[in-house]
Write a protein that binds this ligand. Structure first.
Ligand code: TYD
Ligand code: MG
Length: 469
């Protein structure tokens, strides 16, 4: 027997029929007039009269690829981290410590999102009055249409929220926060992990079924106990975490920046980061990030400082890597490094000790990256090695030198990806020389055009000789 579709969506004003729900009837242009209508099909009826719904598979080729199904959040940095915007039918979790800016990001996205449909902001954290105050602070009240299209609902009660969703039929749902959601169907105690999981799951499904997108926030406590949001990670399509720098003074420009990183993304890479600063007018994207993690100095660098040209997703940033070595206080030496993985620091220092005869194993090592940015890219290793060498020897590196390279345990320096891009950024920021394991033709052309010099070294010993002569 041929299976027929069970439901269609019929416009209550012009009777136009659509196979799936839309916020606006394409025929008459009315909003929220499409209603779910059951299709009774005579052919599909059994002898008892009820309609059969046979489970059916679909050839992969026949599946809609969902291309072009993204909507822009209107916030470039957020779109970048998401892989080009918010995917429809998807769910996004934004985690972070209290006070980092999750609610602000949600409200700003609600105001800036590029969509004609309605936007529902559900808050179990704040009252409508508080939201209004925040909106005023963000200057959203300047645009009346923005203020009108954002519907506010302040509750964490799932059944109430579902009623509201079915009435408003939003295309973008913002929920602040997952921890405030509760439902009587998920046990008697509100605020438990079960409640949060149950309610989030229901909302994720609602969004999927109604062609909407959902953004949920979740708190991560200072101690890093993430039992809450972690349990939601597998349910959502995308997980973003907000991190904050430690407000290092002396940086160029902004001192208070927030990094938005993807920990999981079904629709894009997890390499991209969004960089914002929290200003009087909310989260402001920082576009010129090349110089942000450098410290402005007149003249020479102090010993223990090296400039690394590293990749952060699609952009290159120059970061000052700082190293300090002091005789170990205990019987075993320790590594204090939270911006670069300590295991990486230990490995690099072991390689330096072995191949340069530089004694580091009796030293406590302190490593920092200016601007408080966490660096995971492998291209930072050569700069880290140079900073450590400089710290231990007391010999400062040239101030106009930028460095990129991967250091192997054998002391060899391995090539890095997108070298020419790194050289270009460094040259644009006024660095005249560049240390790397190799230089391809493109890099040489870029360097010569920008009056820069590329120094190449195949191993750490040669590199140190090249720098210090
Ligand atoms: P918030 O979004 O409430 O953080 P979260 O939801 O993650 O707990 O924002 C927190 C901080 O940001 C708060 O300390 C006030 C500050 N802030 C600004 O500096 N400027 C602004 O325009 C706004 C709205 C907030
Ligand atoms: Mg909040």
């Amino acid at each position: 027997m041929k299976k027929q579709k069970d439901f269609i969506y019929k416009c209550s004003s012009c009777d136009h029929k659509e196979p799936k729900w839309l916020g606006r009837c394409p025929e008459c242009g009315q909003w929220n007039t499409l209603v779910e209508t059951a299709v009774t099909n005579v052919k599909g009826k059994s002898k008892h009269g009820e309609t059969h719904s046979m489970p059916k598979t679909l050839p992969l080729a026949a599946v809609d690829p969902m291309e072009g199904n993204r909507l822009s959040s209107g916030i470039g940095e957020l779109d970048r981290v998401l892989g080009g915007g918010i995917m429809k039918c998807s769910s996004i979790l934004v985690g972070g410590e209290p006070g980092i800016g999750k609610s602000t990001l949600l409200l700003q996205a609600a105001a800036a999102a590029v969509t004609k449909g309605r936007i529902l902001y559900i808050s179990g954290e704040e009252s409508a009055g508080q939201l209004r105050l925040r909106a005023d602070r963000l200057d959203l009240n300047k645009d009346k249409s923005v203020m009108e299209r954002i519907e506010i609902f302040c509750s964490g009660n799932l059944s109430e929220i579902e009623t509201v969703l079915n009435n408003v039929k939003p295309v973008l749902i913002l929920v602040d926060s997952a921890q405030t959601l509760y439902s009587e169907d998920a046990g008697s105690v509100a605020g438990t992990v079960n409640q949060m999981k149950f309610c989030s799951f229901e909302l994720i499904n609602w969004a999927k079924e109604h062609d909407a997108a959902l953004i949920l926030t979740a708190h991560v406590t200072k101690e890093g106990i993430i039992s809450g949001p972690k349990t939601l990670e597998h349910m959502v399509d995308t997980v973003l975490y907000f991190e904050q720098n430690d407000k290092t003074a002396g940086l160029n420009g902004t001192t208070d920046c927030r990094f938005l990183r993807a920990a999981k993304n079904r629709f894009g890479s997890i390499d991209e980061i969004g960089i914002f600063s929290m200003t009087e007018k909310g989260l402001t994207p920082i576009e010129d990030t090349g110089r942000m993690f450098l410290i402005r100095r007149e003249g020479d660098l102090p010993a223990g400082v090296a400039t690394a040209a590293v990749l952060e997703g699609s952009r290159t940033i120059l970061v000052e890597i700082q190293a300090l070595t002091i005789p170990a206080k205990g019987t075993i030496s320790r590594v204090f490094s939270d911006k670069i993985d300590s295991a990486r620091v230990s490995r690099i220092s072991a390689a330096l000790e072995k191949h340069l005869g530089l004694r580091l194993s009796d030293q406590d090592l302190y490593i920092n990256a200016a601007g408080g940015i966490r660096i995971t890219e492998v291209g930072v290793e050569l700069a880290l090695a140079c900073a450590l060498y400089s710290a231990r020897s007391g010999l400062a590196l040239p101030a106009d030198l930028a460095i990129a390279g991967e250091l192997s345990l054998t002391g060899e320096i391995r090539p890095v990806r997108r070298l020419s891009g790194r050289i270009k950024t460094a040259a644009n920021l006024g660095f005249n020389s560049f240390l790397s394991p190799s230089a391809d033709q493109e890099s040489n052309i870029i360097a010569s055009e920008l009056s820069g010099k590329i120094k190449t070294a195949k191993d750490i010993k040669t590199a140190i000789k090249l720098i210090y002569g």
